[in-house]
Design a protein around this ligand. Structure first.
Ligand code: PHE
Length: 343
């Protein structure tokens, strides 16, 4: 009997080990531990045994029962754990978002040119100053030697907000603002990039465009300094071989006033369609600050002199990259803009 009991225990343990579901474990429990099971049926033989035998036999049945129970419990736990793992695996959700494909932008050609010009001048010690786009008549015209009814106003007709307020037609009012802020004490060495507005609209003129103003005020500043500065700028911007020339011109707030040309970088000066056969390309207006402007802006014109220049931003970009129409800067055509994506 004892052998049979031990055999039952080992059989039970084997089938428990190979059970692969809770249902099967239940069946095994019924088979080995229910009242009708073989193991339990041995209990009915107890009465045939002596007192000592009864105790030993009872203990054997009990430990066998406990052994099988323990095996069942641990298998049950193992299966439950496995079932949970499978469920977690099956129900796993991917909480990571699919990446969004952002279109990478690039610097607009306008900004690229402003940065390039600014770098050239800051490397020469200039500071960058900004001025307001909404200006007063006083700063945009009067402090720049253009009183009311002056004919020079015709060249720079702009958008008036009322009699005294307007959208600036040039960055030159920043000259007056900076000079006044210095209360007659130099030196000043600034550039001022920004937007300006005029009543213009064709392939090379837009009602809105960009300029970079330059202003240097100090003692003993001469036209030669202006020439040297602009020559360095031309070489850095358009190539080492560039030469510059000055032609006499007129601006109300500079005296003398000049237009500055660079030798054509397309043909090297021989004459081509870019320079219209002349070998020279006009790039900017400049001059020595008019003594009357110095005085109006609080500087003693016997002690201080200065030079100023105004560079067209789109014009510089158009020349450098052969852009045929200024309006391309503002129409946001990606086919145009992407050609200047340098990053
Ligand atoms: N403000 C002038 C223009 O817009 C350019 C300029 C600036 C000329 C500074 C001389 C000195 O035409």
């Amino acid at each position: 009997m004892k052998e049979r009991i031990l055999q039952i225990v080992s059989e039970a343990k084997q089938s428990i080990a190979s059970a692969d579901s809770l249902d099967k474990l239940n069946d095994i429990r019924n088979l080995y531990l229910s009242k009708k099971s073989e193991l339990m049926s041995f209990m009915s033989h107890m009465k045939e045994l002596s007192k000592e035998e009864k105790a030993a036999f009872g203990q054997l049945i009990n430990t066998s029962k406990n052994d099988i129970n323990a095996a069942l419990e641990s298998k049950k736990e193992e299966l439950a754990k496995k079932a949970l793992e499978e469920k977690l695996e099956k129900e796993k959700i991917d909480i990571t978002l699919t990446p969004r494909n952002y279109l990478r932008g690039s610097k607009h050609l306008f900004t690229t040119i402003v940065d390039e010009i600014s770098d050239i001048f800051t490397s020469m010690g200039y500071q960058i100053v900004e001025g307001p786009e909404k200006e007063t008549d006083h700063f945009n015209f009067e402090l720049l030697n253009v009183p009311k009814d002056h004919p020079a106003r015709d060249m720079q007709d702009t958008f008036f907000i009322d009699d005294n307020n307007l959208l600036r037609s040039q960055t030159s009012p920043v000259q007056a603002r900076v000079m006044l802020s210095k209360h007659g004490v130099g030196p000043i060495k600034i550039i001022s990039p920004g937007k300006v507005y005029r009543r213009d609209d064709d392939a090379t003129h837009s009602h809105q465009f960009g300029q970079i103003e330059g202003l240097v005020i100090d003692k003993n500043v001469s036209l030669g300094d202006l020439l040297g500065t602009l020559e360095l700028f031309a070489k850095k911007m358009f190539g080492e071989k560039r030469k510059i020339r000055m032609r006499s011109s007129y601006f109300p707030f500079t005296e003398p006033s000049v237009e500055v040309d660079i030798s054509c970088f397309e043909c090297g000066g021989k004459g081509c369609s870019l320079c219209k056969g002349t070998g020279w390309i006009e790039i900017l207006g400049a001059g020595m600050v008019h003594p009357h402007v110095l005085e109006m802006c609080g500087f003693d014109n016997k002690v201080y002199q200065g030079f100023a220049f105004g560079i067209g931003i789109e014009r510089t970009a158009m020349l450098k990259f052969g852009v045929d129409d200024i309006r391309r800067f503002y129409t946001n055509d990606l086919r145009f803009l992407k050609q200047f994506d340098k990053e």
